[in-house]
Design a binder for this molecule. Structure first.
Ligand SMILES: Nc1ncnc2c1ncn2[C@@H]1O[C@H](COP(=O)(O)OP(=O)(O)OP(=O)(O)O)[C@@H](O)[C@H]1O
Length: 237
């Protein structure tokens, strides 16, 4: 689905990604873990076009999408859910969800139909659609962020630390949403500090270190690997 080859990218003060090679399997959930500063979020930003790689190739299907504008990548079917606080709190829940359809804003019938589908899948959107998004709990807000990302029926969703700041019950909502994406054939690539949670909801795992991929395997194999424990996963998983 996505394959990155020899990718170098950074923010001006030297490369954060240094010749990164990564394959993301289609229709599955892949979780990237690794120490702070390894470049996990930078991988997502590079795929979604927020950061142009200095070198290397990023293939999405049969296209090279490296360095494309984020709007073009959304049209191609890649959407990123930012780390947190991605909603406009004074706007209603429904308005926030509909923002995800901005690129097709003139197609009112399509947007209405798609919104109705998402309201069926995430009941909070129908139930609280007219309320300011700022009224919702953390887990509910995350659900609205997911629904917004799904408005244009993406083929690939990038999630940057979806568990951040959530209580255990809300983590269940994130897991359900990710399971739903997998069931509908969406490819999911997520970054998680909460290693057990992230690898627990994923099919494949990737361990990053110093701007490269140290190990890629099934999520379970990475969870079970004693070497991964203390050094990269912040304690035995
Ligand atoms: N906007 C930015 N401008 C300058 N440097 C940045 C920027 N964003 C990240 N960096 C630097 O790039 C490096 C990698 O950051 P990145 O966010 O990709 O790491 P990460 O693996 O996701 O870790 P973390 O969990 O700490 O975010 C870090 O040294 C960070 O300070």
């Amino acid at each position: 689905m996505i394959s990155m080859t020899g990718v170098h990218a950074g923010y001006g003060g030297g490369d954060v990604l240094r010749g990164l090679d990564l394959e993301v399997a289609p229709g599955a959930v892949t979780c990237i873990v690794g120490p702070n500063g390894a470049g996990k979020s930078t991988v997502l930003r590079t795929i979604s076009g927020q950061l142009a790689p200095r070198l290397g190739e990023i293939r999405f299907g049969d296209r090279d999408v490296a360095g494309r504008h984020p709007a073009e990548l959304i049209k191609a079917g890649i959407v990123q859910v930012p780390q947190s606080n991605g909603l406009f709190p004074a706007m209603t829940v429904a308005e926030n969800v509909l923002l995800g359809g901005y690129l097709r804003r003139r197609e009112k019938d399509y947007l209405r139909r798609r919104f109705a589908q998402l309201a069926e899948r995430f009941p909070i959107i129908g139930e609280r659609g007219g309320e300011p998004a700022g009224n919702l709990s953390g887990g509910q807000r995350r659900t609205v962020e997911f629904a917004r990302a799904l408005m244009l029926e993406p083929r690939m969703v990038l999630l940057d630390e979806p568990s951040l700041g959530l209580d255990p019950r809300s983590l269940g909502l994130v897991e359900q949403a990710v399971d739903g994406m997998r069931e509908s054939g969406v490819t999911v690539l997520l970054v998680e500090q909460n290693v057990r949670f992230g690898l627990g909801i994923a099919d494949h795992g990737v361990v990053m270190e110093s701007g490269g991929v140290l190990k890629a395997d099934s999520a379970q194999a990475i969870l079970d690997d004693p070497e991964m424990g203390v050094l990269f996963l912040g304690g035995a998983p």
